[in-house]
Design a protein around this ligand. Sequence first.
Ligand code: ZN
Length: 224
Amino acid sequence: MYARYLYHETGLRKGDIVKKLDEFMQSCYPKYNPTDWNSRIEKYMLKAEKFPLCECNGIWINEKELKTIEEIDNKVLERLAFTLLCLAKFRNFRNPNNNNWVSYSNGEIYNLACINTTAFDKDLKYNQLEELKLIEYAKKINNLNIQVLFIDNESKNKLFISDFRKLGYEWRLYKGEKYVRCANCGILTKNTNGKRRYCKDCANVNKKKMDRIRMQNLRKSRIC
Ligand SMILES: [Zn+2]
């Protein structure tokens, strides 16, 4: 992302961009070794050239796509299919020649889908979606490329997804389960009792803040 920003927004020359990326990595990554990263930085440069920065407010999921997912009739597979659909649509937006492909690591996909399972089970679930003719996949060493086969851009827009952090929960919310967007950071979080306002992280930060204020007030009252 930073490489794309430098390439398209700053007007710097390639050599200067590589220098900036090098400085950036040195400041953020304590174990950074320029020799090891040389070829990767070159690769980011080439990619940056191809893909200008784009702003994506979100993507629309259509009526027919939602129906296809509902017909799977298996909660976990539905979440996985929905996540893959959102990712493929996002990549299509970023690159019109993407042709419904998704290329992320297994871990990333399952994290976004909010599914906790073993490596063996992960592969099994892809196979099940493949048997249903919903995806097709080409396995490469260390990464998994999946093509989503049920994208339908013709039917009516029905669900707008603007937050990609918890796609599995977005699906659950759509299916009527109890979830709420955190009042602070906006992330979807379970709301079983209907009273929750904050996600765990923000609730912890709020609690620390409140504790600090309470301590300060206590100290003040002692001084008075
Ligand atoms: Zn939050």
